[in-house]
Write a protein that binds this ligand. Structure first.
Ligand code: ZN
Length: 386
């Protein structure tokens, strides 16, 4: 192995309480891991030395919620929405048709293109989901393609009831042969628990079946209105409930008393002209909050975590520190990937060497200079990729 010391870091966000935020710092990477973190003045001698010239470093973004196995485009739906039409879950069927018609190579190529786009913007750990196939064969294909590219894969057969099918018989398929077919490729299962998608009973059937198969649980909940998603997620011990745009006081209290992360998706709230999720209210109640892009062709067609972070600071009442944590360690927590050897979302000895250097002296510039491409260098698994 060749150890590299990265020095000249003006501000180092470690997300590790014992290390905190360091100034004039250095990090040593050996293979895929961080092996040393400290002051530049104390830096050890290594095989290589990279001076980042007084720039800020933070962990690479952990994007814990994307839908990138798809084909096609929904520009017309976006235009209609911006002209005043309301968002509804049904638009998903447009992408389902295009995805089913695409070849494996087209789907894999599009997925790689979008993951590379995210990496160029500082994202180093990506979750993605199935959910645009909605037949046993198509969901298995999506899961297999996703597993080749993404760090984490989630089965979302319960994204929407396919056109022309009954919800009850479709849920039977999701819980039976579809789950069997995707299980080798996925770690997580998810359900779109929402008016127009799956109700509380149907959602619970899907989640219980996945739990029996040993999959971790995630829920799309409370996006378009208050609903049963959050309570269901907490009751079944889901790792994360995502969207959380419309929450009752009982929902906030249930989240605060649980290990379930509330993942907010600000780019999606904006693109669907929903109110922004009440992240400040969640944080003040003691809920663990993550920020993710929800990159997908319908309701949130961006891979930019920096845009989500800037929005969280400028429009959702989060501090820069809270927003950066939520988009790195928060996302890792939502994927149960922030502990132990190879942890992500943190910079400490033993963590995966996923590092993001900004062309700025501090992380504050992410919100102070919104919309400006600040990514200057990225290491992913110890390899410099930007
Ligand atoms: Zn989603």
């Amino acid at each position: 192995m060749t150890a590299t010391v990265i020095t000249g870091i003006s501000e180092l966000t470690t997300n590790e309480p014992e290390l905190g935020r360091l100034t004039e710092a250095a990090v040593v990477v050996d293979g895929e891991r961080v092996v040393w973190v400290g002051r530049s003045a104390d830096e050890p001698v290594a095989d290589e030395r990279v001076d980042v010239g007084g720039r800020a470093m933070l962990p690479g973004w952990v994007d814990s919620h994307t839908h990138l196995v798809f084909a096609g485009d929904r520009t017309a739906e976006f235009e209609a929405r911006m002209a005043g039409q309301a968002y509804s879950a049904g638009g998903i069927n447009v992408t389902v048709e295009a995805t089913r018609a695409a070849s494996d190579e087209e789907l894999a190529g599009n997925l790689r293109r979008l993951v590379n786009e995210a990496v160029r913007q500082g994202t180093t750990y990506v979750e993605t989901k199935t959910g645009y196939g909605l037949t046993v064969e198509q969901e298995a294909r999506s899961a297999r393609i996703a597993a080749d590219v993404a760090d984490e894969v989630t089965f979302l057969g319960a994204h929407i009831v396919p056109a022309g099918e009954s919800a009850e018989s479709y849920v039977d398929v999701v819980c039976g042969p579809m789950l069997d077919a995707v299980a080798p490729y996925v770690r997580w299962a998810d359900v779109f628990c929402e008016t127009g998608a799956f109700d509380a009973d149907q959602s619970e059937r899907v989640l219980q079946a996945a739990k029996r198969r040993g999959l971790g649980l995630r829920v799309h909940g409370n996006q378009l209105g208050e609903g049963p998603g959050v309570q269901l997620a907490v009751r079944l011990g889901a790792a994360s409930v995502d969207h959380c745009t419309h929450l009752s006081d009982e929902d906030v209290a249930a989240l605060a008393a649980s290990d379930t992360v509330a993942t907010v998706l600000p780019a999606c709230d904006l693109s669907t002209r929903q109110p922004l999720a009440p992240a400040r209210r969640l944080l003040d109640a003691g809920v663990t909050v993550a920020i993710a892009s929800n990159a997908n062709p319908g309701s949130s067609y961006t891979t930019s975590m920096a845009y989500c972070v800037a929005t969280a600071v400028l429009q959702m009442g989060m501090s820069v520190e809270e927003a950066v944590w939520a988009a790195t360690r928060g996302g890792a927590r939502a994927l149960r990937a922030d502990a132990g050897d190879g942890a992500v979302g943190v910079i400490r000895p033993g963590a995966r060497a996923d590092l993001h250097v900004l062309d700025a002296p501090s992380a504050t510039h992410l919100a102070y200079r919104p919309g400006v491409p600040l990514t200057w260098a990225v290491w992913r698994r110890g390899q410099r990729v930007v």
